[in-house]
Design a protein around this ligand. Structure first.
Ligand code: GDP
Ligand code: GDP
Length: 436
């Protein structure tokens, strides 16, 4: 199921990022532990009551060297294109400014629901001025104070009320959904085109849940695939599409709907900071992953090149040790036939369930091999293990005291489980739980 998306637009300093941070709160700090992922998020998950959704802080997407009004126009366009509901934020201590009116002009053209949030209404007295914001023509304005957390409940109730109805269970379980992510020019659209042209089957575009997202079906090796639309795959020549933040935002949206994520690396230019960022987000989503080295035709090769390149990539992406690497050329189509089998394997492993008795045999053998950790004279006792989830496979290990489960010991158990069941392409989770 696709989560609804809320975009926040408004002039600089009205309080967009304050609200964004309040909404996504702790979630961000967990995410930022992933290597390569920096603190400048513009897209993240939020929750209100029992509804979870995604938020975009359009203020964080800057198109360099453009005057303020142009920037704001781009941000409003991104909001219209990428979200289901738009929160148009104003500064209640300043009233409606000329720049606000410019933003409003763009928003009038969209048919997305727009909710007016008038921020910095820090005390009830200030609310008397709220009526002037009706003049914008977007209906009831909501007075809020991001700093003091006032009025946010009413605002969010209204925002959530505008979420489109979700079409549940439209997904076909046998179909593998995958996305192709990577910084601009790594060859995402070339790869998708190569996959589609190679197959003589007629491909069809499926209308996505939003009007703009177009997914593509592919049938290959006896398997149905859906390629999820990602940034840069259809080039429309909009200025903001070249910005890093926008391409990350689009990648995150695509990752969310994928079973398998193909993270593209350009063999010609090597690894850049942005590659790590994009891959880090994919890793943290818990999806199956494949590292695809594209433009392999540009490398002068001998029998060692592949191994050497792999070593270089592995040292930069240590947390992706479960992701297989595929080397290919979207241009010459060399080795492109190796991709779909890898996607299939990763997807199967991502959804794999292992029998409890076999799992416990594996754990017991592992315990016999390696002494269990002892902390301050207390020894870890492992009682039993069970798989509690798939996508990704997640295991609960019941122990006498979870604080005795050392990171390195958990890592050791994880490796034994991987060796025994073959979880190539998928992350796996292990949780230690107390059981007396
Ligand atoms: P953005 O540029 O729209 O993302 O704005 P920020 O979230 O960075 O906020 C700009 C400034 O306004 C910061 O100094 C905030 O502390 C301040 N601010 C945000 N919300 C409120 C509020 O509710 N009341 C007051 N008085 N200040 C606020
Ligand atoms: P995207 O922005 O990630 O979608 O990248 P494109 O698919 O538009 O490719 C960017 C550039 O790289 C284009 O000029 C492509 O022709 C080129 N390119 C893509 N794949 C390959 C490849 O396998 N080998 C070579 N030599 N060039 C490639």
């Amino acid at each position: 199921m696709r989560k609804s998306v809320v975009a926040i637009v408004g002039r600089p300093n009205v309080g967009k990022s304050t609200i964004f941070n309040w909404l996504v709160g702790e979630r961000i700090s967990i995410v930022e532990d992933t290597p390569g992922v920096t603190r400048d998020r513009v897209y993240a998950e939020a929750e209100w009551l029992t509804t979870s959704f995604n938020v975009i802080d359009t203020g964080g997407i800057e198109v360099s060297n453009e005057p303020l009004l142009v920037q704001m126009r781009h941000q409003a366009e991104i909001a219209i294109e990428e979200s289901d509901v738009i929160v148009f934020m104003l500064n209640g201590q300043e009233g409606i400014t000329a720049a606000d009116e410019e933003v409003a002009k763009i928003l009038y053209k969209s048919n997305k629901p727009i909710v007016i949030a008038v921020n910095k209404m820090d005390n009830p007295k200030m609310r008397e001025t709220i009526y002037e914001y009706y003049a914008l023509g977007f209906g009831e304005p909501y007075p809020i104070s991001g700093e003091h957390g006032l009025g946010l409940g009413d605002l969010l109730d209204t925002v959530i009320g505008y979420f489109p109805e979700q079409h549940v269970a439209s997904r076909d379980d046998d179909t593998i959904y995958f996305s192709v992510i990577g910084r601009p020019n790594v060859g995402k659209s070339s790869l998708v085109n190569a996959l589609l042209n190679e197959e003589r089957v007629i491909v069809s575009d499926i209308e996505g849940t939003t009007r703009e997202a177009i997914d593509t079906r592919l049938h290959k090796d006896d398997q149905d695939f859906v390629i999820i639309d990602t940034a840069g795959m259809r080039k429309r020549g909009k200025v903001y599409e070249a910005t890093e933040k926008y391409s990350i935002l689009r990648a995150l949206k695509a990752i969310e709907r994928s079973d398998v994520v193909l993270a593209l690396i350009d063999a010609e230019t090597g690894i850049r900071e942005q590659d790590k960022k994009v891959a880090g987000y994919a890793h943290e989503s818990g999806k199956a992953m494949i590292l695809v080295v594209n433009k392999w035709d540009t490398v002068d090769k001998d029998e060692k090149s592949m191994r050497e390149f792999e070593k270089k990539v592995r040292s930069q992406f240590q947390y992706l040790d479960y992701a297989p690497m595929v080397f290919l050329s979207a241009k010459t189509k060399k080795r492109i036939h190796t991709l779909t089998p890898a996607i299939k394997t990763a997807s199967e492993n991502h959804a794999k369930r292992v029998p409890t008795n076999v799992l416990n045999d594996v754990i017991n053998d592992a315990l016999a091999l390696n002494p269990v950790p002892t902390i301050k004279g207390k020894r870890l006792k492992v009682l039993y293990a069970t798989q509690v989830a798939v996508k990704p496979p997640s295991f609960v290990i019941f122990v006498n005291d979870p604080s005795l489960m050392h990171f390195s010991f958990e890592r050791f158990l994880q490796n034994r489980i991987r060796e025994a069941f073959g979880f190539t392409g998928t992350p796996i989770n292990i949780f230690a739980r107390k059981r007396a």
